[in-house]
Design a protein around this ligand. Structure first.
Ligand SMILES: [Zn+2]
Length: 191
């Protein structure tokens, strides 16, 4: 697996656990997550911030399929973001979740809330991938970059599975003439 070298501590770090950090002089540095947090803590005066190491967990969805989630904890000034995501090789792929708390919140309380949110999401399926159809009348997911479309069309991830814009369009044709509503929400909101 390709690793990147953190420009602060020199450790070889998997790509998903690094952050491109802009410095004041317009330069970008690649930092591992703990070094990134240490830098933000120092610049925000959060002297008692502790980098918690969150081990991956495995969760089972409502179809009995297993998903392994990795976590990243990022200090963003006075807020703390906890991200949970699946990996394909070194890259994030599949389900992803985020929870935003305060910098001084207990990390394990935030993690507990995030896991509850993940559990709720994994208990619902929106698409029958065998029949290529929308199961009920709601589809939830997130929007990603489709490499084959060079930014012209999105790729959506529904039930942790990539669905091209074209495929989603085909699924909608079974409800031709019906109404729809498109709601867009911040990654940390729950739809
Ligand atoms: Zn580092």
């Amino acid at each position: 697996m390709a690793h990147e070298r953190c420009e602060q501590c020199g450790n070889q770090t998997p790509r998903w656990d690094t952050i491109h950090c802009g410095s004041g002089d317009g330069r970008y540095e690649l930092l591992c997550t703990p070094c990134f947090n240490a830098r933000i803590a120092a610049s925000s005066g959060l002297t008692d911030f502790e980098n918690a190491r969150l081990d991956p967990i495995r969760m089972i969805d409502c179809y009995g399929e297993s998903h392994q989630f990795h976590f990243q904890l990022r200090l963003l000034g006075d807020r703390l973001a906890v991200d949970a995501f699946e990996l394909r090789g070194e890259l994030r792929a599949g389900y992803r979740f985020q929870l935003i708390g305060e910098a001084d919140d207990d990390v394990f309380v935030l993690l507990g809330r995030l896991v509850e949110k993940m559990r709720r999401a994994l208990s619902v399926r929106h698409i029958d991938f065998r029949e290529r159809r929308i199961i009920d009348s709601t589809v939830r997911g997130h929007i990603e970059w489709d490499k084959s479309q060079a930014g012209r069309l999105p790729l959506v991830v529904v039930d942790g599975t990539e669905v091209s814009w074209n495929e989603l369009g085909q699924m909608l044709m079974s409800v031709e003439g019906w109404q729809f509503r498109l709601d867009i929400a911040d990654p940390s909101e729950e739809l």
